[in-house]
Write a protein that binds this ligand. Structure first.
Ligand code: PLP
Length: 371
């Protein structure tokens, strides 16, 4: 009910958001600026240090000539390109505004008030947000030394469970479940539970299908992928999902017809087709990621072997991690604090090119008093 006060309509009843919404912690993204510094080395958001493919940038610019046209609604050309490059059926692909949107469709479609959504101790922070946004309850299960624990997930399943969200490789730990473990997980899940296998970092793993094989083998698996990481298009917001035809049909009913602009689709199509660029990025990332990890370990900073485009440096405690973060900022380097992921003693460092990796290691070495 509204009432006119001084010529302005004001609400006289309290607006009440849906249950669960006020429990949502706002997502904290990687910082991109340091006060008082114009030049910053940003290693806080797992972006591609090499940028994106020139072909994607050119396609984006070309699409700029047709800004008065509505985009294509079925994403056909982009789905066909993804299908061709990844050997997948384009009819079972859905595209979204980042993979975040596809994850959101999954939550909206399959979970609601009274339902439970399983997430893991150090899992990607969007999963509990998406669960709460649809009124469901996120149930957090422990990990085993920063690795997803299949038995802990299976032990947490109830008849209220609707979705299990996990990333493989995982963010921010960089660890990975192997094929046997993930298969054991899917086989142990009841049919009413959807496994969302988030492959945001899949392309960094040589020869890994990101979970596509699981989707083909089991009805209750959805794979999500992104153009934000290896393709270097985080600023454009494009992601996709691959699932059973019935699942994709459900998700498409939630999708707004014009969720992607023509420029997004054309840049993404050019990016996925530029397999030379993707390969170069994967190879350079693997080389400098392993170098970064070895250098950290040599200076007494623990670090698991990562399968993604970042490493997780573990310090003695939260104070040491905070002090190292402050020292890096003094040097104009931004990395990610991971307290919000239950890892307050860690810093997540995105793998850059050779000079970025050498610079961050030099700064950490100076902080540790070993360089
Ligand atoms: C594990 C994981 N999943 C999904 C995303 C979302 O990516 P985007 O929405 O940019 O596709 C991210 C981004 O950092 C991520 O780390």
């Amino acid at each position: 009910m509204t009432e006119r006060i001084n010529g302005v309509f004001a609400m006289t009843e309290q607006l009440t958001p849906q249950p669960g919404i006020m429990d949502i912690a706002l997502y904290v993204s990687g910082e991109s600026a340091i006060a008082g510094r114009s030049e910053v080395l940003k290693l806080s958001s797992n972006e591609n240090h090499y940028g994106c493919s020139d072909k994607a940038r050119e396609a984006f610019q070309r699409a700029g000539r047709e800004l008065h046209r509505y985009p294509n609604t079925d994403h056909g050309a982009l789905r066909r390109a993804i299908g061709e490059i990844h050997a997948l059926d384009p009819d079972r692909i859905i595209c979204g505004v980042g993979s975040d949107e596809v994850l959101q469709f999954a939550a909206q479609a399959y979970a609601g008030p009274g339902d439970e959504v399983i997430v893991t101790e150090h899992g990607f922070s969007m999963y509990p947000i998406l669960a709460r946004a649809v009124g469901a309850t996120p149930v957090t299960v422990p990990e085993e030394e920063r690795r997803i624990d299949v038995d802990a997930i299976l032990g947490a399943v109830t008849d209220k469970t609707r979705i299990v969200f996990l990333a493989n490789p995982a963010n921010p730990t960089g660890t990975m479940l192997d094929e046997a473990e993930i298969t054991r997980l899917v086989e142990g899940l009841p049919g009413h539970v959807l496994l969302v296998h988030d492959g945001a970092y899949a392309e960094f793993v040589e020869g890994f299908d990101g979970g596509a094989g699981l989707v083909d083998a089991y009805p209750n698996v959805l794979m999500t992928r992104t153009f934000s990481k290896i393709h270097g298009l985080g600023g454009l917001r494009i992601g996709w999902g691959y699932g059973r035809r019935e699942v994709i049909d459900v998700l498409n009913r939630l999708r707004q017809p014009f969720n992607l602009s023509q420029a997004q689709m054309e840049a993404a199509e050019a990016a996925v087709r530029d397999t030379d660029f993707t390969r170069k990025c994967r190879e350079e990332n693997a080389r400098w990621r392993d170098w970064l990890r070895d250098a950290l370990v040599q200076m007494g900073v623990d670090c698991d072997r990562s399968h993604a485009n970042f490493v997780l440096a573990r310090f003695a405690d939260e104070d040491e991690a905070a002090a190292c973060d402050a020292a890096l900022r003094e040097n104009g380097i931004l990395v990610r604090r991971t307290g919000g992921y239950g890892l307050p003693h860690c810093l997540r460092i995105t793998v850059g090119d050779e000079s970025a990796c050498r610079r961050v290691i030099h700064a950490i070495g100076t902080f540790k008093g070993v360089r």
